[in-house]
Design a protein around this ligand. Structure first.
Ligand SMILES: [Zn+2]
Length: 305
């Protein structure tokens, strides 16, 4: 199994005390070392996504605005939660590039599973703008990279971050070749696209306090029929771990075991439809220990089979 990560993803910093901080990635990588999991992974550095690739998923005007606003020092606010500093775009192009590189490696039969331990996250970034700690939509770049392969006509993006993957829905709302399934606390940030009614967009809203059993039942009820209909040739995952009960930003009350369970379900679906191919990328998760342990459970489950 492949692990894509890059030291420059640690350089992106927003305001002091911001939950989306370099220590998230540090804690995750240290935990993978401490548990010995890292030794079983084929660790690679991604290449940065270039402007032409990013223009496949984002409006050129937005990409130009980001480049123009990027400061040589200090921070520039893009929305109330999201800012860029001198190192942010380098980190973001590597985070997006990791998803694309992971997909290319899987389609090239170098491995069947890949995880991108990168930041900033991506699933809130819409075609035309940054939002919710996200600059470029990493998982979306992975999806269009897969669909550029003439042998790939159907992919799925499964998003179990506690927040709705509005950016991914925005980018693919008119692309029925991309199935997007997103489970999320509701009503909750980002309050976008949650009532969009399209066959290839599957929203699974969950109330605060949902917990393990109701989460698992909802995923089985909503995602499995959609996957059977769509029969994706590759599965991408927006792997956020902020639905954990210890997470300071949300109240979905999941456990580490639920992330292992949903990953096993995803692997099983990939075995059925997608030649076992799963490319997963890190989204949220803001309690450092819960993030590290849940991501390790996710990676372990991806490594099985
Ligand atoms: Zn989130």
């Amino acid at each position: 199994m492949l692990l894509f990560t890059h030291a420059r993803c640690l350089d992106h910093e927003m305001t002091p005390g911001h939950p989306e901080r370099p220590d998230r990635l540090r804690a995750l990588l240290q935990h993978l070392q401490a548990t010995g999991l890292m030794a079983d992974l084929d660790v690679r550095e991604p290449a940065p996504a270039d402007a032409a690739a990013l223009a496949e998923i984002h409006e050129v005007g937005y990409l130009e605005t980001l480049t123009r606003l990027a400061p040589v020092s200090g921070l520039v606010a893009l929305d109330p939660d999201t800012a860029i500093g001198p190192s942010s775009l380098a980190a973001a192009t590597l985070a997006a590039g990791a998803a694309a590189d992971a997909v290319r490696a899987l389609l090239n039969d170098e491995a069947r599973r890949a995880f991108c331990a990168v930041r900033p996250p991506g699933h809130h970034a819409e075609a035309g703008g940054a939002m919710g700690f996200c600059l470029y939509n990493n998982v979306a770049l992975g999806a269009v990279t897969a669909l550029a392969d003439p042998g790939v006509t159907r992919v799925a993006i499964l998003d179990f971050d506690v927040h709705h993957g509005n950016g991914t829905v925005d980018i693919f709302k008119d692309r029925p070749d991309v199935l997007v399934c997103s489970s999320f606390q509701h009503p909750f940030y980002p309050h976008r696209y949650t009532d969009l009614d399209r066959e290839h967009i599957v929203n699974t809203p969950l109330p605060a306090g949902t917990g393990s059993a109701a989460f698992r039942a909802a995923i089985e009820h909503d995602w499995l029929p959609a996957l059977e209909r769509h029969k994706p040739q590759l599965i991408l995952v927006s792997a956020g771990f902020d639905a954990h009960r210890l997470d300071p930003l949300a109240q979905l009350e999941l456990e580490e075991a639920d992330f292992r369970w949903v990953t096993e379900l995803i692997v099983d679906q990939a075995e059925t439809y997608a030649g076992g191919r799963v490319a997963s990328t890190l989204e949220g998760g803001y309690d450092l220990a819960a993030l590290a342990q849940s991501a390790a459970a996710h990676i372990e489950a991806l490594m099985s089979n």
